[in-house]
Design a protein around this ligand. Sequence first.
Ligand SMILES: *[C@@H]1O[C@H](CO)[C@@H](O)[C@H](O)[C@H]1NC(C)=O
Ligand SMILES: *[C@@H]1O[C@H](CO)[C@@H](O)[C@H](O)[C@H]1NC(C)=O
Ligand SMILES: *[C@@H]1O[C@H](CO)[C@@H](O)[C@H](O)[C@H]1NC(C)=O
Ligand SMILES: *[C@@H]1O[C@H](CO)[C@@H](O)[C@H](O)[C@H]1NC(C)=O
Ligand SMILES: *[C@@H]1O[C@H](CO)[C@@H](O)[C@H](O)[C@H]1NC(C)=O
Ligand SMILES: *[C@@H]1O[C@H](CO)[C@@H](O)[C@H](O)[C@H]1NC(C)=O
Ligand SMILES: *[C@@H]1O[C@H](CO)[C@@H](O)[C@H](O)[C@H]1NC(C)=O
Length: 724
Amino acid sequence: MVRYSFIICFVSFILGCTLFSKCDASDDNPKLYIVYMGSLPKTPYSLTSNHLSMLQQVFDDNDATNSLIHSYKRSFNGFAAMLTNQQKEKLSQMEGVVSVFPSINLQLHTTRSWDFIGLPKTVKRSGAVESDVVVGVLDSGIWPESDSFNDQGFGPVPKNWQGTCAGGTNFTCNKKLIGARYYTGESARDLEGHGTHTASTAAGNYVDSASFYGLAQGTARGGVPLARIAAYKTCDDNGCTSAAILSAFDDAIADGVNIISVSLGGSSQNPFDEDPIAIGSFHAIARGILTVNAAGNSGPYPSSTSSVAPWILSVAASTIDRRFIDKVVLGNEKTLTGISINSFTSNGTQILIAKNNSGPECAKEDADACNCLDSRLVEGKIILCTSGKAILDKKFNKGNPTGAIIQSRRKGLPAFVTPLPAVTLSEIDFQLLKSYTNSTDDPKAEILKSEIVKDNDAPVVASFSSRGPNKIAPEILKPDISAPGVDILASYSQAVSPSGSIIDKRSSKYNIISGTSMACPHVSGIAAYLKTFHLDWSPAAIKSALLTSAQPMKGSGDDIGEYAYGSGHVNPIPAINPGLIYDISLEDYIEALCNLGYDNEKVKIISGKDNACSHAPNRSFVRNLNYPALASDVESSFTINFSRTVTNVGLPNSTYKATILPNPRIKVTVVPEILSFKSLGEKQSFVVTVIGDKLPTTTVLTSSLVWSDGTHNVRSPIVINVSN
Ligand SMILES: *[C@@H]1O[C@H](CO)[C@@H](O)[C@H](O)[C@H]1NC(C)=O
Ligand SMILES: *[C@@H]1O[C@H](CO)[C@@H](O)[C@H](O)[C@H]1NC(C)=O
Ligand SMILES: *[C@@H]1O[C@H](CO)[C@@H](O)[C@H](O)[C@H]1NC(C)=O
Ligand SMILES: *[C@@H]1O[C@H](CO)[C@@H](O)[C@H](O)[C@H]1NC(C)=O
Ligand SMILES: *[C@@H]1O[C@H](CO)[C@@H](O)[C@H](O)[C@H]1NC(C)=O
Ligand SMILES: *[C@@H]1O[C@H](CO)[C@@H](O)[C@H](O)[C@H]1NC(C)=O
Ligand SMILES: *[C@@H]1O[C@H](CO)[C@@H](O)[C@H](O)[C@H]1NC(C)=O
C-alpha cells in the first residue's frame, strides 16, 4: 500500500521532500483498492447493495460484506474494498467500472503574506455574500477552539448548506466552522497542525497580534475571514489514503461547499481515472465547485508535480518579502548569519561547542551528521551537524545538547522552527565555524533569537516547489500559478509542538511553516474572494481570472520559469475585474478527455453523458481546450494552432488588441489581432499559430500573449517544448 502525504515542507525538505513512497507487495494478500464507477446513475437505486453484489461476484464465500470499506454514493459512484489481485482483475472487467486502483497514501504536502500579494486588511468585502461562501478543507482535521475559527458576529449557517458537524467526541462546530467529518482517527480534531494551518490561511477569522513567540507579529487572517469553513479530516501522521480523500470529496460536494482546498498529493503523475484528487475534483467541477490543489514539494526536478488535471487549480509556492535569519556570535566575536525560526532567547552567555560528539563506535560520517550523539560529550553544549536530519527528527531526544549549528546541504531551503536553539549555516560559513572550533581549546558560541529581514528578491518560487512539465497532458501547463508558501504564520494545533519534536515542550497557537500546502489555501481564499464578486462564474472562469491577471515572475537559474510558476504570481485585485475570461464547460473537459485517448465508454461513465466522445479522438485537438495558458510538445520543425474563445466581462463596448512578447526562435501570430465587443457576455474566438523551424530538441521556448483594451491586460504564457 502506498500513502499520499501532506504537502508541507518543514521537515521533509531536509529529508529530501519525499511525498510518496511505494512499497508494492508481490504476494496476493488483500489490499485496499478503489473501484471507480464514474458519475451517479440518473435513476437512483441503492448503490451500496449494487457495490455489494458486485463484490459477491468475485468472492467465493461470504466475505464480500467485510471487504467493503466504503461506498461513494453522494457525489459520484464507486467503492473502496479489500481485494486480492485476482479479485481486482475480475472487477476491472465488470460493466460500469472505469478503473480499479490501489488506495495509496498521499502526503500532506499569515499575517504578512496577504499584504504582500496585495490583499490588505482594508480590502473591499461584501460581508453578506462572503458569509454565504463555504470553503471545504481536506486535510489533517482542525483545532476548533483556535481563535481563527471564532464565530463572533457570524449569522446563521448559509441556507444552502447541506453538511453537518460530525467531528466525533469532544468536537463542536460553530457558525464559523460549520461542518466537520473525519475518515481517519477518532475525531476531526487536528493532531498534526497542518489542517488548522491551511484552514486558517484560507478562511480564518481576524486575530489581532498573532505571532510565533513575538516573531512575525501582526493580525492573522485568512483570504476570506467572513466565509465559513468545513473540515474533512483525510490525513493523520501516516499520510492520507486515496480512499479517505475520495470519501471527503464525495461528502464535501454533496454538503454544498463552494471551494475545495486540498493541500496534499502524491509525487507521480497518474492517469486522471487513477488519481483520487483528479476524480474528486472532476465531480466537483460538474457541480460548479473549484478545487485548489498544492503542486507538491518534490522540486526542483522536472515533472515532479502530481497535480496535472486541467480542471484543478494547481499552486506552486513562492517566497514573500519577509525572511527569517538567525545570528551566531562566536567566542572570537565574529558573527555568522544563517537561517532558522529560532524563538529561544539567549541571555548573552556563550556556550561551549562540542568538538567531538560521539564515541569511537560511531563512523565519522554519522558522527558529523549528529546521528549518534553521546550525552557525556554533548550535554549542555552546542553541537555541529552536517545535516539537519537528526535534529528535525520528531523522535530526536539524544544527548541533551543546548544548541545546534547545522550545515545547509542545499541552497534555497526555507527556515524551519527548531526544537532547541539552532541555526542552519551555508557551507562556507559552516567551514568558518569549523576552523574557529579547531583553532581553540574552548570554542564557544551564542545562538541568538531569529530576526526578520526584508527579502527584496521575493517573490521567487521555492526550490522545493514541484515543477512541470505535465507528462499526462503536455497541452495543460502545470503548475498553474504561484502563491506565498515560505515561512507562513497561521494557526496551529495544540496537540503538537511547533517543531514536531518530542524534546520541544512548547505548544503554540500559531506556527510558521513552509510548503506548497501553505500556498494552496492562499489561492483557495482568493478564489473564494473572487466568487463573492461573481457568484455566477464557473470554476474555469475564476481560474482564468486568476491566471490571466497573475504577475509575471522571474525564473531562477536554469529553471524553465513557467514550469515552476505557470502563469505567475497570484494577484487578487486585478483578478476581480479581468476584462476577458477563458471559460471552459464540463463538455469541453469531457472532449479533452476523449481527445487525450481515454476510452469512449469510460468517458461516458465518468461524465454521465451518453453523447460523450461523439467524434473520433484527435490528440492535436487537446491544444484547443480553452485553457488560459498555451502549451504544447512539438517536433523540431512545426506549425501548430491554438484555438481560443474569450468572453467579455469588462466593459460592454471594448476593443482588445493582441500583443506577443517576442521570442526570436519562434514565430507567433494571432488571427484576428483585434477583438471588438459590443456587449457583456459576448464571446469572440481567435487562433494563435506558432511556427518553428529546425529547432534543437529538448529546448523549451516561451513567449506570451496579452490582450489589452488599455485598461485590462489579459496575459497567457506560451510554452513550447521541443522534444522528439
Ligand atoms: C476536549 O479537547 C480539549 C482539547 O484537546 C481538551 O482541552 C479538553 O479537556 C477535552 N475535553 C474533554 C471532555 O475530553
Ligand atoms: C544564561 O543561560 C545559561 C544557559 O542556559 C545559564 O546557564 C545561565 O545561568 C544563564 N545566565 C543568566 C544570567 O541568566
Ligand atoms: C571522541 O570522544 C570519545 C570519548 O571520549 C573518544 O573515544 C573518541 O576517540 C573521540 N573521537 C575523536 C574523533 O576525537
Ligand atoms: C578541523 O580539524 C579536523 C581534525 O583535526 C580536520 O579534519 C578538519 O579538516 C579541520 N577543519 C577545518 C575547517 O580546519
Ligand atoms: C487531427 O487533426 C489535425 C489538425 O486538424 C489533422 O491534421 C490530423 O490529420 C488529425 N488526425 C487524425 C488522426 O484525425
Ligand atoms: C491554423 O490557423 C490558421 C489561421 O486561422 C489557418 O489559416 C490554418 O489553416 C490553421 N492550420 C491548421 C493546421 O489548422
Ligand atoms: C457602444 O457603441 C455603440 C456604437 O459605437 C453605441 O451606439 C452604444 O451606445 C455603445 N454602448 C455603450 C453601453 O456604451
